[in-house]
Unconditional design. Structure first.
Length: 540
């Protein structure tokens, strides 16, 4: 029993599969003390990624450096996070790498999105390179891929089971180079998982498409509670000597498991499963606005992916969890008919200039609000579950990354990054921190300067809705260094992440100056500003 507790507690059942039970700190701690060792809650990373930036003028609070209040967020697109403001960190003044410009000033000439998405978490250029910003060569514009692995894989090589992250494609939109962000190696796209049932299967063993339907999967589809399927094992677990906090945590885990499993089980009622159950596909299956349609066809049930992320985090099934929202998506559930990429350009297409779509700024504000609510839901779930002496959220860095700042200017400075949780006390919370120079009053951009009723024309080439390139240029590489050190990733003697290393991470990526990306890797590798941002650390 002691050996079992020193690893992870498992509930046996579900057709021979394993359901990972919560990492119950008090139970494991008692077993560890019996062997003279110590154990504490692990630090983990959950990242949410969305495309096409935002209305920076509405998303950022007026204060760019200093303590934040609920009132600061109430006036912004981050209003859903206002009740949790003391858990929030806004790193300000950061630039992502490899910005597209018409004059090759700050990156490659491939595409305003392909090169940005490919370089975002890799900090490597993409290949094949283009020095023609207006070329429509499919190889360089839509199919170029980065020269190095992405952050989720670099961290997972040291911390995750089998060395891979839990990467979820919200909405089950296929991965493609023009919008992919996860790479297991140079030019090696990592698709992750898109179907909620696939993800749930990996956590529970239910609904495995690669195997015959197990008796437990059959019972789940027929309406049997997931929790009831492992009732005997849960009863055994609940008899363990555990703290009151862990009892609450187990109860919360059961609730999320049951809620998520019920939705996904309902979503399995497709024609194939119906035939296995002898159901009439014409009359007994959910259709139209059913749970099935919402889970598999729209983003109205995007929270199901967040529930899966929370389940994985509670169980410590993987310390690296990414949720990627889709590009080129029509948010019909929000009452919109304009595809999100075109909307970010303020047009009814993806051109760089033209006549504004009427009311487009309102459409963008609606999308920004949707993402903020999705992130707030994820944070609230994590903050509702006890872990150790605090909440599950406190032992995580939960970060909303936006692909760029303004979606029309395609600028990467003053990059929006919203973090919740301190990763076990590593990060400050309840603050905005201008990591560039520590000053307040940093520009929030000019997102509403065009298509605002005073002009019916928009121009993305001149980047007028963005921010002057001279401000907010602290390299995102340094923030990634913070995240890796917070999670316990180690480096070699050169400061770069290295499995088996013993040093603190100080370097990440190929370049940390966006100008070095021009030419697509012809410049020698160079990290000019190593280390993380000390100003983000709780002890600074």
């Amino acid at each position: 029993m002691t050996k079992l507790l020193n690893r992870r507690i498992f509930l046996r059942g579900l057709g021979g599969a394993c359901v990972a039970a919560p990492f119950l700190g008090s139970v494991v701690e008692r077993a560890a003390k019996a062997q003279g060792t110590t154990a504490g809650p692990p630090q983990r990373l959950i990242a949410m990624f969305t495309h096409y930036g935002c209305l920076t003028t509405k998303l950022f609070p007026a204060r760019s450096h200093g303590p934040l209040t609920a009132a600061d967020l109430e006036a912004t697109s981050l209003k859903p996070l206002a009740p949790l403001v003391d858990k929030v960190l806004l790193p300000r003044g950061i630039r992502a790498m490899n910005e597209w410009t018409s004059g090759l000033l700050r990156g490659q000439g491939n595409d305003p999105h392909t090169q940005v998405a490919g370089s975002y978490f890799t900090c490597h250029p993409v290949t094949p390179n283009s020095d023609d910003p207006f070329s429509f060569d499919p190889a360089t514009k839509a199919n170029a891929m980065p020269l190095g692995p992405s952050l989720d894989h670099v961290i997972s090589q040291q911390l995750s089971p089998d060395g891979v992250p839990l990467f979820m494609r919200v909405g089950n939109v296929s991965a493609r180079p023009s919008s992919a962000i996860s790479y297991s190696g140079p030019e090696q796209i990592f698709p992750g998982l898109g179907e909620p049932s696939q993800i749930y299967s990996g956590l529970t063993g239910l609904f495995d498409d690669g195997a015959p339907m197990s008796p437990d999967s059959y019972l789940a589809v027929k309406g049997k509670s997931i929790v009831d399927l492992v009732r005997d094992d849960l009863d055994t677990l609940e008899r363990f000597d555990m703290s009151q906090a862990d009892k609450f945590k187990l109860a919360a885990w059961k609730e999320v498991l049951d809620q998520t499993g019920t939705v996904i089980a309902t979503a399995q009622c497709n024609e194939e499963v119906a035939a296995m159950l002898g159901a009439n596909a014409g009359g007994d299956l959910p259709t139209g606005d059913s749970v099935t349609a919402k889970v598999t066809s729209t983003l109205d049930a995007a929270d199901i992916y967040s529930n899966l992320a929370v389940l994985a985090a509670v169980c410590n099934a993987n310390p690296v969890i990414f949720l990627k929202y889709p590009g080129n998506y029509v948010y019909s559930g929000l009452g919109l008919t304009l595809e999100s990429h075109s909307a970010s350009h303020r047009l009814n297409n993806a051109n760089m200039s033209g006549t504004c779509v009427e009311g487009v700024l309102g459409m963008l504000a609606t999308i920004d609000d949707f993402y903020a609510r999705k992130f707030a839901y994820l944070v609230e779930q994590l903050n509702s579950i006890d872990e150790g002496d605090g909440k599950l959220l406190a032992n995580k860095a939960t970060v909303w990354f936006l692909e760029m700042s303004d979606g029309n200017a395609h600028n990467l400075n003053i990059l929006p990054i919203i973090e919740a949780g301190s990763a076990g006390g590593y990060f400050k919370t309840g603050r905005a921190v201008n990591v560039e120079d520590g000053s307040d009053g940093l520009s929030n951009g000019n997102s509403e300067s065009q298509c605002n009723g005073g002009s019916d024309q928009v121009d993305g080439v001149n980047q007028g809705t963005g921010t002057p390139a001279s401000v907010a240029n602290a390299p995102i590489n340094k923030y990634f260094v913070n995240l890796m050190n917070a999670l316990g990733v180690k480096a070699g003697a050169d400061g770069f992440p290295l499995p088996g290393g013993t040093a603190e991470v100080t370097h990440y990526g190929m370049y940390d100056r966006t100008e070095d990306f021009v030419g697509g890797g012809t410049n020698p590798p160079n990290i000019t500003n190593p280390g993380g941002f000390d100003a983000l650390k709780a002890n600074a």
